[in-house]
Ligand binder design. Structure first.
Ligand code: MN
Length: 245
């Protein structure tokens, strides 16, 4: 449905991003904040993102086309997300990335503020094994910020922390997840939250994180060679949204 093998049209990309918003809310990744975008299939220097609003209520007419500096391509009077620079700067730094999620995924946040590294606990979360870097905003602009990615310079710093990985935690704030399709970035975002929950449960029943058997380097490498596109989950989640609409 998301057509990882076939090229998506502009309208399909917009529809994907609308669906992605709703799915991520239903799966507990987004609440009234956070956002998802997709790169334009017609121009790699542009992307589609909702205007500033709660993800649950996003419709196709709310999607705005932005350039990589975060400026709207067409005249726009509606309020835009303050943190749109996250998306533009990641698209600029990562030509392979076609979709970006910025969330305040609740179970993920403790891993950004503690010394316990997030590690993959199950096969579907193998993408985490590529590494989960941490963006510390104090390293970028010192202490005393509001932790928001307010401009292109902060967006660039965050993109640098992300590097070539699929996920980057933002200390005391949330995370960014990237993918090659909307389906993949939604799947990764949902399974990132799940991995955080499962890892925390394992730590709780083990009384610490030393006795847990995480995926091994070799397993991560094997899984990484055929990283999940999450198409099956995406199709099921889209069907569920259609039925509930
Ligand atoms: Mn945020």
């Amino acid at each position: 449905m998301n057509g990882s093998t076939t090229r998506r049209t502009r309208q399909q990309c917009i529809d994907d991003v609308v669906k992605g918003n709703h799915i991520l809310v239903r799966r507990g990744v987004l609440d009234s904040y956070g956002h998802i975008s997709v790169r334009s299939p017609d121009d790699p220097g542009r992307f589609f993102l909702a205007r500033a609003m709660a993800p649950a209520t996003v419709e196709a007419g709310d999607i705005v086309e932005l350039d990589l500096d975060g400026n709207p391509v067409h005249p726009e009077s509606r309020k835009l997300y303050l943190e749109r620079f996250i998306h533009g700067e990641i698209y600029r730094a990562r030509p392979d990335v076609q979709a970006v999620v910025h969330s305040h995924s609740p179970t993920v946040i403790p891993f950004g503020i503690s010394k316990v590294p997030m590690r993959p606990v199950c096969q579907l979360c193998g993408f985490i094994g590529q590494g989960v870097p941490l963006f510390e905003i104090r390293d970028a602009i010192g202490d005393g910020s509001d932790l928001l990615i307010r401009d292109g310079a902060l967006g660039k710093s965050l993109a640098q922390s992300l590097g070539d990985k699929a996920v980057c935690l933002q200390r005391g704030h949330g995370a960014v997840t990237v993918g090659g399709t909307v389906a993949q970035v939604v799947g990764r975002s949902v399974y990132l939250e799940l991995n955080a929950r499962l890892q925390m449960q394992a730590i709780t029943i083990s009384g610490g994180d030393h006795d847990i058997t995480y995926l091994s380097e070799a397993e991560i490498e094997t899984i990484g060679a055929k990283l999940g596109d999450f198409e099956r989950a995406w199709e099921a989640w889209c069907l569920e949204e259609d039925e509930l609409a």
